[in-house]
Design a protein around this ligand. Structure first.
Ligand SMILES: *Cc1c(COP(=O)(O)O)cnc(C)c1O
Length: 354
């Protein structure tokens, strides 16, 4: 295994043969360039109602706005019906069913394993270390010829911490396949995105989403960032109109308001710090893990009991206690300050019962 991925990286060796050969579906809107005013090419209903036309398959206007916000060339972006769709596209582009494998560092986001299962791709699990950091040597040791992708989630769901940059870089340099850094929660972290490393590492794919900090989980819009070549392959295999017109319009509208996004992120981070201190003072709480995300991972005496108690109070949290190395852990997303006050009241009540 070479140490200089940059010069030895050969994308063509990783992409599936069928994907290389594929002639993508060419939609009506792809086939003309120039200016049209009478559109008789797509069998649409001509009567205007706001949604009678097919949307832009490449979401150019949304990408241009994202490009301003994230300082990434639109050529390096693929948008999906949530980043979950981009994860699925990556499997379909790079992993031969019943032959290739991918590596995940556990505990982590469940969708990687689900997408692998759907695509009949083996998952190799390597445990995060006791600080929930990736074990670079262990990952490289289990990687084989068939290991096409490595998933790193930073900040990681559900452990809430960012991966150390030198570990991520070590893996980018030495892992022989595609390294995906899932930054769904990067807006809440003090560390910056790996997006500025895209030009250096052709094997880097970054995932971001409008579902968390930008408050648009309901429109399903995820962002993949990669080399223009990787983006080109993903564009070939994606469903032509994978991001619907209403979602594109709504995204553009809400992406105008960067100030409100920033205020909300600041507020969520403050709430996180306040709740963390409060939780630390409760007798049934064993550990509040440091968080770089919009949620807290908390180890308690009786995770199931707490979960059920809060459920009766109509407060829903996530019980993560069945996951290996997360014994006794629950995950709590940050609400508004009012919601967090309600939570605190219930937690105090639970504490008194103990
Ligand atoms: C929430 C989340 C996503 C976002 O998924 P979308 O499909 O974009 O809503 C991606 N990765 C991780 C780790 C997440 O927790």
């Amino acid at each position: 295994m070479g140490t200089d991925t940059k010069s030895s990286f050969d994308l063509n060796k990783l992409v599936r043969e069928n994907v290389k050969k594929l002639v993508p579906y060419s939609s009506a809107r792809d086939e003309f360039t120039g200016k049209g005013s009478v559109f008789l090419d797509a069998n649409e209903n001509p009567f205007e109602n706001g949604v009678n036309r097919y949307p832009d398959p490449l979401q150019r206007i949304v990408k241009n706005r994202l490009s301003e916000l994230k300082r990434i060339d639109p050529q390096r972006m693929i948008l999906g019906n949530g980043s979950d769709e981009v994860i699925d596209l990556l499997f379909r582009a790079f992993c031969e069913p019943n032959k290739d494998n991918v590596i995940i560092c556990t505990p982590t986001y469940g969708m990687y394993e689900v997408a692998a299962g759907v695509n009949a791709v083996e998952i190799k699990e390597v445990s995060l270390d006791q600080d929930f950091q990736p074990n670079v040597d262990a990952v490289l040791a289990v990687a084989d010829e068939q290991s096409k992708m490595l998933f790193l989630c930073s900040p990681n769901n559900p452990t809430a911490n960012v991966m150390e940059a030198d570990k991520v870089i070590g893996l980018l340099e030495q892992f022989p396949g595609i390294v995906i850094v899932d930054e769904a929660y990067v807006d809440f972290a003090p560390e910056k995105s790996f997006a500025d490393k895209l030009a250096t590492y052709p094997n880097l794919v970054i995932l971001q989403t409008l579902s968390k900090a930008w408050g648009m989980a309901g429109i399903r819009l995820g962002i993949g960032m990669a080399s223009p070549e990787v983006v080109g392959y993903l564009n070939r295999i994606k469903p032509p109109y994978n991001v619907n017109g209403l979602s594109q319009d709504k995204a553009l509208d809400l992406l105008k308001n960067e100030d409100s996004y920033k205020d909300q992120v600041d507020c969520i981070i403050k709430e996180r710090e306040k709740l963390s201190v409060f939780l630390d003072g409760l007798t049934f709480v064993k550990e509040v893990f440091p968080s770089d995300a919009n949620f807290l991972l908390v180890r308690v005496d009786d995770a199931r009991g707490l979960y059920n108690f809060l459920l009766k109070e109509e407060i829903i949290i996530r019980d993560r206690s069945k996951i290996e190395s997360l014994e006794g852990c629950v995950r709590i997303s940050m609400g508004t300050s009012k919601e967090n006050e309600i939570l605190k009241g219930a937690l105090s009540k639970f504490d008194l019962k103990k």
